[in-house]
Write a protein of this length. Structure first.
Length: 488
């Protein structure tokens, strides 16, 4: 039917049928969604014409094909049922992110089948980009998390509060979701969104009275935010059936093709056998070859679980773009968190947020982490106090200063910072000459870096201690540095 629409359409189908390598890649990726091979090839052709990078990197060719196959059937954007994801723009979005090193270091190893579970996010492209920027700014520790089970999606636990969702406008957005919270559904939505945004494949799932997600890790696919695989189902498929396929595919594309796909094609294409019930994971006597393929999956999956088994190396042959995430992880592994010094010149004092005099190490409420801006930054929650000590301030630098903090927040409702300035001109702790207490409103920055409104404070000669705290309960607040500028 598609080929009958015109010469161009016929040429696309003819090109697919004549390219045995592309055909194998298509069937190994589970074919076009909804069986719409014509629109899929049309999109793939459009991507290849639009991008000069597809042919340079194996991963980009796989991702281009995966995007075309997955979006052959239109996908509505989040909370906008009449606006659909543009497949070409979706590919280009991830291409730019990959070439800029924004994606997870493992992204370049993903198969076409796995890439389908990255590109099928319902978020608009600008929100996907925002998600990566936000997490790098606000919680770099969750981007640098060594445990892949919770890398990126730990943000659901720390930031997406379990409560009735608070939406502030329509259409709803993922920016609103992390701020307004929600119960199991919105939390699972955000978990899938943030993982896909960084290039981690996810498989959504329902469980009795619950919504959760599964996602890829270097060791295996794992369930998070819910119970075990046997309680899951998604789009007419049970969790155990999907898990079995991931385990069998872990043996490598060639083995999967030779051992399983050929058996399935004899059943489906040659003998027209009925598909097995993917909610049961059981053989069917009336579908002999498909049942044989199912048993072969079990055998292949068992081999991949054997620690002595040799699995194929799926890394692409072409050059891999360096990941900014991996670069900062390497720096973190090769050196301890360096101390940062307070910088003072004639009329300005710059205080790195991580240069606290108290606490000196991370606590539950005050956490120090590497920053994607360089150096370190501080994340504050709860009622803990953090302090900075300015010692030996000379007489000519004492006076009135404007103080601002460079901060990042993701929640609309913020408790203000309370600043206490304790001055000790004699240099002896406890002999306080002056105490000022000030309130600093914390802006809602939507995951970007922004300065607070300046406030006036007085610094005296000698030792000054700047002590910050917030009333509880409160949401997270990330601080990069504090700048004090002397008034003229």
């Amino acid at each position: 039917e598609f080929a009958n629409q015109g010469a161009d359409q016929a040429g696309l189908i003819d090109g697919l049928l004549k390219d045995s390598s592309l055909m194998k890649q298509v069937v190994m990726a589970s074919g076009a969604k909804g069986g719409k091979y014509g629109p899929a090839m049309q999109t793939y052709d459009a991507i290849c014409k639009k991008s000069s990078e597809v042919s340079k990197y194996d991963i980009l060719q796989r991702f281009a094909l995966a995007t075309a196959l997955e979006h052959a059937d239109l996908m509505a954007e989040f909370d906008t049922p009449k606006i659909f994801v543009d497949a070409v723009k979706r590919y280009l979005h991830y291409e730019r992110a990959y070439l800029c090193g924004e994606l997870d270091p493992t992204f370049a190893d993903r198969t076409t089948w796995e890439c389908r579970m990255i590109c099928n996010c319902d978020a608009p492209d600008d929100q996907l980009g925002w998600g990566r920027d936000m997490l790098r700014n606000y919680r770099p520790d969750e981007v640098l998390e060594s445990d892949y089970v919770w890398r990126y999606c730990r943000s659901v636990r720390t930031e997406v509060g379990y409560r009735n969702a608070e939406w502030t406008s329509t259409p709803r957005t993922y920016q609103q979701l992390i701020s307004g919270g929600g119960k199991c559904g919105p939390r699972a939505w955000f978990g899938r969104f943030i993982c896909k945004g960084f290039g981690i494949p996810t498989w959504g799932a329902r469980q009795p009275g619950h919504a959760m997600m599964h996602h890829w890790t270097p060791q295996r696919w794992v369930p998070v935010l819910g119970a075990d695989w046997r309680f899951s189902w998604w789009e007419g498929r049970c969790g155990l059936d999907f898990l079995l396929e991931t385990q069998a595919r872990a043996a490598g594309e060639d083995q999967y093709f030779q051992v399983i796909w050929c058996l399935e094609m004899i059943g489906y294409a040659v003998l027209c056998e009925a598909a097995l019930d993917s909610m049961a994971v059981l053989p069917n006597p009336s579908s002999f070859w498909c049942s044989l393929a199912l048993m072969a999956k079990h055998i292949l999956a068992k081999k991949t679980k054997d620690p002595k088994a040799k699995l194929s190396n799926r890394k692409p042959k072409s050059a891999v773009v360096g990941s900014n995430v991996q670069n900062i992880i390497n720096r973190r592994m090769n050196s301890q968190l360096e101390e940062e010094d307070i910088v003072t010149d004639e009329n300005k004092i710059i205080i790195p947020a991580a240069s606290c005099s108290e606490p000196r190490q991370s606590t539950n409420g005050v956490q120090f982490t590497k920053s994607f801006l360089g150096g370190q930054q501080l994340h504050h929650t709860g009622g803990d106090t953090f302090e900075y000590t300015l010692t030996d301030l000379p007489d000519d630098q004492a006076g009135t200063y404007y103080l601002v903090l460079r901060v990042c927040t993701v929640h609309l409702k913020q408790q203000p910072l309370l600043l206490t300035v304790t001055c000790n001109s004699g240099g002896y702790v406890g002999d306080n000459d002056a105490v000022d207490v000030m309130t600093i409103p914390v802006p809602y920055t939507v995951g970007e870096w922004q300065y607070t409104e300046p406030i006036k404070m007085h610094l005296s000669p000698g030792t000054n201690v700047l002590s910050f705290s917030r009333e509880t309960p409160n949401f997270g607040l990330t601080i990069k540095d504090i700048t004090c500028t002397m008034t003229t």
